[in-house]
Design a protein around this ligand. Structure first.
Ligand code: ADP
Ligand code: GLC
Length: 478
């Protein structure tokens, strides 16, 4: 099949979160299964073009945005025989400091930017060999599926082509005020509750949910949760109405990138059998980050976007109580400025015991997983979550709130120590988090063998892309 895959981030070119990892490894896998995969990505200035073999395709187009005709062009990067990345070029939209905006606020013209990008995917696809499936991801590209059905197919283009929307995060919907309707150049008849309207706003994600042939999301538990008012972000009703076409498929891990046995970014390589060699990573991290040299002190770690989704607000009220347990704490993250400020302050208050690395750094992420004892991920909601899967592979025992993909991937201690891979709690409160962490730290201190069994159990888990790709291919065939 020829799959046209639209996405707004792609590892290793540009990454904000897990969707980039998903896009990078999934499309590689699909191509290796023999499909032709055309990835379409905005030509952000953040992409380090001089390190890549970027070529101009000569393809140019204009897209009507309101009364204007906006010009764009297409570059390409050939990744392998079957896998090409097409960059949609437009300096005005994509030469920016961030992909979507700062941690506090999206760019005010995001409706225009991603409308342009989504329509550009279709314009480009007209010039490529016939597509079989359009596979779009999240709100940034969802609206392409609205245009596919209601504009291009009505003009007799892309007949028989089917579409799939993957929801990575229902919390971001691309909501814009109704005054932006003129940008779309589609009639007001679509601005209804069973169309693209949502409480008097235009909802890009919803337009994909309504017009896609099939919908997937990134774990079975999340597929159920988004159909309830608690986790449905107002879209639960429309998702229930599409339940026959909604499937939860768990993400995989690229173990060529995330494996402490091969990882060149870490100090000392190790495996479950040679677990002892993990310790050198902790000692090195303590040294390079200026933490006290205490190999026996539990090291609690977080690598995360600092947003409400990740449940970071649970940690703040009990942070001092957590530190009173005599632990060390390392955080790597960026996002909301109030959360960034809190952790900067914490580092200052607990010199030598807390390190807050406010920034984005792929290498440091690997080194923290290799060094860490406990990985905190108390998410408010979590579609899949890749960080806990990486943590497990590095024997950095996850402590999670049991929602979405976290529920589907972490086996908690109450299910028996023989098979457990981590700690979990359900009730969303700082005190429950605190109590669960206390149990974890106590186990670490009082029964190191049992604790290490958890870590090694986690290292043995396999969340393989082969399985995931099989499930997506079933949907494509359908
Ligand atoms: P989400 O996509 O919701 O952010 P995931 O757990 O699926 O959550 O994926 C997060 C990805 O982003 C992981 O690869 C994680 O290592 C990475 N990540 C998040 N914040 C940072 C950061 N500040 N520096 C480096 N990597 C980060
Ligand atoms: C989103 C979700 C995360 C998921 C990732 C990849 O960013 O927040 O849970 O793992 O997409 O699908």
């Amino acid at each position: 099949m020829h799959i046209v895959f639209g996405v707004s981030e792609y590892y290793p070119l540009v990454k904000v979160g897990g969707m980039a990892d998903f896009a990078g490894s999934f499309t590689k896998k699909l191509a290796s299964c023999g499909h032709r995969v055309s990835v379409v990505l905005p030509g952000y200035s953040a992409i380090e073009r001089n390190r890549l073999n970027v070529k101009d395709t000569g393809i140019q187009f204009t897209i009507p945005i309101g009364k204007e005709n906006v010009a764009g062009s297409v570059s390409e990067i050939k990744m392998s025989e079957n896998l090409t990345i097409y960059l949609i070029e437009n300096e005005h939209y994509f030469d920016r400091d961030y992909l979507f905006g700062t941690g506090d606020k999206g760019y005010t013209d995001n409706a225009e930017r991603f409308l342009f990008f989504s329509r550009a995917i279709l314009e480009l696809a007209e010039k490529l060999p016939d597509a079989d499936v359009f596979h779009m991801n999240d709100w940034h590209t969802a609206i392409a599926l609205f245009y596919l059905k209601e504009y291009y197919q009505k003009l007799g283009k892309f007949t028989g082509v089917k579409s799939l929307l993957t929801i990575h995060n229902l919390g971001y919907q691309g909501l814009f005020w109704h005054h932006d309707m003129h940008l779309l150049n589609m009639g007001w008849e679509y601005f209804t509750a069973d169309g693209i309207e949502f409480y008097d706003h235009i909802n890009f994600l919803k337009s994909g949910i309504v017009f896609a042939d099939e919908i997937t999301t990134v774990s079975p538990a999340y597929a159920r949760e988004i159909q309830t008012p608690e986790t449905g972000f107002g879209l639960d009703g429309i998702l229930r109405s599409r339940a026959d076409h909604l499937t939860g498929i768990l993400n995989g891990v690229d173990y060529k990138i995330w494996n402490p046995w091969f990882d060149k970014l870490i100090e000392s390589r190790y495996s479950g059998k040679q677990f002892g060699r993990k310790l050198a990573n902790k000692m090195e991290l303590q040294r390079e980050m200026g933490l006290e040299k205490e190999p026996d002190t539990p090291l609690i770690t977080i690598i995360s976007r600092l947003t409400e989704q990740k449940g970071i607000d649970l940690i703040l009220p009990v942070f001092d109580m957590i530190m009173d347990m005599g632990i060390q704490f390392v955080l790597l993250g960026t996002g909301k400025s109030d959360l960034e400020d809190f952790f900067r302050g914490a580092e200052h208050r607990y010199k030598g015991r807390v390190v807050s690395y406010i920034g984005y750094d792929e290498t440091v992420a690997h080194r923290i997983h290799a060094a860490g004892d406990i990985y905190l991920m108390p998410s408010r909601y979590e579609p899949c979550g890749l960080s806990q899967l990486y943590a497990m592979k590095y024997g950095n025992v996850p402590l999670v709130r049991l929602v979405g993909g976290l529920r589907d991937t972490v086996i908690t201690t109450d299910r028996g120590m023989e098979q457990a891979t981590g700690f979990g709690f359900e009730y969303y409160s700082p005190y429950t988090l605190y109590e669960t962490l206390k149990d974890a730290v106590t186990l670490y201190r009082e029964d190191r063998d049992a604790f290490q069994r958890l870590a090694r159990n986690g290292m043995e888990q396999r969340f393989s892309w082969t399985e995931t790709a099989k499930n997506y291919q079933k949907i494509y065939k359908k």
